[in-house]
Unconditional design. Sequence first.
Length: 364
Amino acid sequence: MPPQRRALVPISSQRLPNHQLTLYQRAKVTGKGECGLSLGQIATDENLPRSTVQYTLQQDPLRVNGADLPRSGRPKERIERDERSVLRIIRLQPKLTYAEVLRQAQVDFKKSTLKTILQEHGIGKWRAARRPFLKEEHAVKRLAFARDHLTWSDEEWQSIIWSDECSVERGKGKVREWGFRTPQHKWETPMIETYKCGKGISVMVWAAFSGKSGRSELIIIERDPDSKKQGYSANSYIKLLGESLPTLWELGLTFMQDNCLIHTAKKTKAWFKEYCIPVLEWPPYSPDLNPIENLWRILKETVYVVNPGLDLVMGGDDAVKDALSKALVEAWQLIPQRYFDAVIESMPRRMEAVVASEGWHTKY
């Protein structure tokens, strides 16, 4: 292993960003030079590289009152007014493209110059986070919910049975593969991650869990042949509740579900009332407050640990759905318990985030 280079002296924190000395530093260096101090002594006293001290003393006769000398190289293409114009446009319309920013600002510099300006101000171009559309009334209800539950204890959060549905499509959610290679080996077969072409095949699943009663089995939701569109209906939802909820339900627990139509249907409400199961009043468009949402992502990754060749399963749609369903059921049980505990423990922080955003979107 080659020896590591190290600086002869620490870099001064008082130097300007473009590595120039301040007028005060320059005056101290030249003053000590006029007093006869050696380059090494000045460098040590001022915490500067010896070469900087030497260059400063050599250039001093050419300066006027210690001011900077004209710098070589291509001059800046921009002026301060143009920078302010660009930054104002980006602040008001952050989703514009680089070309649109330059056109609206009516400035005469290139995209690379614009990127440099943004970098100097700590601004980068990031992919926008996807979140449900919220209206003012939704934010108000979310904020009220968060404030009402801001002081809930861990015991109260563990007394909730968290539930949700999720559509899982084969190939979606799989962790991308990484490998070591040189640039010229990019397109060699061992370095290619393959996927099967064709229409997406998916299954709808449901699950629930509680900090007190554990997790339910993962249920594959069947479509209701008697419904108008032969899709998922209140009848199919009530059927899975009757099969699964008795394994989780115990006195003192509260059931949580979102405001999906099959959840708020009259039949569903009547079923909960009949069995005296309290349901948590849930704010609209709030998947960020449901901790089971984080477990769906883990499930979609774990299913490929259970069946690495899932993407390559051959046969008709029924065969693929059967393989996907079996792998999902097994993967759900393989998710470590610490993830369930962690998402419940995050509930106070989620409430704080909603309050901080005044009911609007959060990072969760």
